[in-house]
Design a protein around this ligand. Structure first.
Ligand code: MLT
Length: 395
């Protein structure tokens, strides 16, 4: 039996388990250290009360013969899809049909799985540094990968290159740099995709963190984007669903690919894949997700986002006061910290871990252009965030 040799081209372990392993080793050697993690972007504030009561109600329904539900639709329940279209899109002047939205158990899975519907011959374009799932899943599929650096010289928002590519991944607000594309910049990427007949996978998992009203929340705010872009959103960071998991992906019916020179609907291909390989998100969780669109739910998640964004501001200001150069954290929950001259990102990670019992994410883990940086998240509790900064001060 031969294995998929493409896997041998991957690094031995995925970035976040690697960091978790190093952290666990440190904890084992230093059992009394109070380790603070501003590493993986996991949230710390509980689910909103509106979400909890919707989930509780759904649990009750599952316990009664009259309201019990078995297998749900793989694509998602209509009540959630309609709430998504109404609130996340119609409110921004974007119209979508219900069969263009696919509810899932995470943006990570969606951005990882969508590549299955494309040919192995496609060339993938990634900005570098980048959320590693885009890179690793395409390495697994054996695709050629091109990179455009997202560096301080281009404000971490690169313009499209001259080279051809077939699949482009854009994450905005960006993980890890925290940079956010403007409408003008996204317009250039949509034009590039049209010219190259490429598809953009637009990951807007962090759109709820945008503070500047001029910045786009959806790629469909750009004219013509429905002809070239798939959009991914998540409730993990928007509403604290990292432990309950719910997300969705929009695959417009206007998107076409080619098979033997003939046009094929990407929506139809994804529907086939999703309904075959995915069981659907549980009814209880989808009712919880629906509740974030109620007046109460909207208010509650806004408060939590404001809490995290205050953390981001505190981190940015404190690090600047200490003489560090920082980026991001203004329209995103990530702060991209330039590590002191002469140190590597993994070296600085080790230093923070061993000297401050503080976990960050080394920039090089997100790609070569991430070398020289570390990412800190604003998702910690206020208490831990302040304590982490005190420890960095003593470094
Ligand atoms: C991150 O830290 O980059 C994210 O939390 C990872 C994820 O959402 O999978």
């Amino acid at each position: 039996m031969k294995v998929n040799e493409n896997y041998l081209n991957l690094e031995a372990s995925y970035l976040f388990p690697k960091i978790a392993k190093k952290t666990a080793e440190f904890k084992a050697q230093n059992p009394s250290a109070k380790v603070i993690s501003l590493g993986i972007g996991d949230v710390t504030q509980p689910l909103a009360p509106a979400v909890i009561s919707a989930m509780q109600k759904a649990v009750e329904e599952m316990g009664k013969k009259e309201t019990f539900r078995g297998y749900g639709p793989e694509q998602g329940y209509d009540f959630l899809i309609k709430a998504i279209i109404e609130n996340d899109y119609k409110a921004r002047g974007i119209s979508l049909d219900t069969d263009e939205v696919f509810v899932s158990d995470g943006a990570k899975c969606d951005v990882g799985n969508i590549q299955e519907i494309f040919s192995a011959d496609c060339t993938v374009l990634l900005t570098d540094p980048i959320y590693p799932v885009y890179r690793d899943t395409n390495i697994m599929a054996g695709r050629k990968i091109l990179k455009v650096p997202a560096i301080k010289e281009n404000n971490f928002t690169p313009a499209p290159p001259k080279e051809h590519s077939d699949i482009v991944y854009i994450c905005s607000p960006n993980n890890p740099t925290g940079a956010t594309m403007t409408k003008e910049q996204l317009t250039q990427w949509v034009a590039y995709a049209k010219k190259e007949q490429a598809i953009i996978i637009y990951d807007s998992a962090y759109e709820a963190y945008i503070q500047d009203d001029n910045l786009p929340h959806s790629i469909y705010e750009i004219d013509g984007a429905k002809d070239v872009a798939i959009e991914v959103r998540s409730y993990s960071k928007t509403a604290g669903f990292t432990g309950t998991r719910c997300a969705y992906m929009v695959v417009p019916k206007t998107l076409k690919g080619l098979a033997n020179g003939k046009e094929v609907s990407l929506n139809a291909l994804w529907r086939r894949r999703h309904t075959t390989k995915f069981n659907g998100v549980s009814y209880i969780i989808q009712r919880g997700a629906e509740a974030i669109y109620t007046d109460e739910g909207k208010k509650q998640i806004k408060e939590t986002i404001a809490y995290y964004m205050e953390n981001a501001k505190i981190i940015r200001n404190a690090l600047k006061d200490l003489g560090y150069t920082v980026y991001g954290g203004q329209n995103a929950p990530y702060i991209w910290l330039e590590v002191p001259r002469g140190q590597t990102s993994f070296g600085f990670f080790e230093k923070l871990l061993t000297q401050c019992a503080l976990v960050c994410t080394p920039g090089a883990g997100f790609g070569e252009a991430g070398e020289g940086y570390c990412r800190l998240t604003a998702f910690g509790s206020r208490e831990n965030t302040l304590e982490a900064l005190e420890r960095i001060k003593k470094l």
